[in-house]
Design a protein around this ligand. Sequence first.
Ligand code: PLP
Length: 361
Amino acid sequence: MTSSLDDLPLRDDLRGLTPYGAPQAPLPIALNVNENTHPVPDEVASDILDDIAVALRDVNRYPDREFTALREGFAEYLGHGLEASQIWAGNGSNEVLQHILQAFAGPGRTVFSFVPTYSMYPLLAQGTGARWVAGRREPDYTLTADEAVAQIEQVDPDVVLLCAPNNPTGTPLGLDVVEAVYEATRGVVVVDEAYQEFAPHDAPSALTLLDGRPRLAVSRTMSKAFAFAGARVGYLAADPSFIDALRLVRLPYHLSALTQAAASAALRNADVMLGMVEEIVAQRDRISATLEALGYTPHDSWSNFVLFGGVADPKRTWQELYDRGVLIRDVGIPGHLRVTAGTEAETTAFLDALASIGSES
Ligand SMILES: *Cc1c(COP(=O)(O)O)cnc(C)c1O
């Protein structure tokens, strides 16, 4: 017997919503969800496996609820004088963001961001019963401090989510905007730096603003630069009191002993794990240059992907690439598609496939 969702006593505020659903198709060239497409190097994989094997022997016991060793590892990796008491982690930064919204959003509260931005923000907000309000960006997707402040004063949100660099556009965000937004709101401000490792090396992180700003949090993930998407590890840095708020809503032992072991070992090998970042950035810039030569309009990107306009029929181009074994992303922006920078070979396959479509239509 099967029933439909409409027949169930679902929460009224969840009726009509659609779940996150980036296609997971087994195509040879998958450049649709901004993963690092380089596999974990063999020597690092066996180092991680050794630590997982040790953790497995104690897996009859609950793990360290405070994931102390891992928090120390993240504090050291992030630098800026951060301490373990300022670090939080979860099963992907999606869970970290969910913890923030469970603690600071919820029914009767408002979550605000500037669209187009990460498609999970409205879903995470609505999942906690909060109201989602979408602000505007400039036509080139940038955001000025004055414009951001004007919108925030109008909405008076409880949580502001700032994606920097922004997904799906790749747009950088000035720290002056973060500072101005923080001053303009009584709510918490989250800077989602999922792609920070792909930004220019001299581009300052919002981590530099944490001191003296207890309502500010900076989230990161191991899913992108770290080539660890399948392990599900995200983290954030904030004031220790902010971390205390997250303890109220997390499930006990939410980070498994195996996850903690794997993430700590991967962090210990950060140099090797991040060794492909320069190569990915080079492929990103090659994509932008080639797209421009093909007559498309790529947007400036500080991430590991490129959003490009000038696509007459995105659905059709997406399908024609799909039929050639190349999976990219239709993010729903008219005239645009988004592609992740892959290995040199994957990037070539995408660019060749796109060029061949162009010449046929
Ligand atoms: C990919 C991505 C994340 C990371 O999600 P995980 O749950 O850590 O895999 C977070 N924020 C943005 C903007 C992203 O694009």
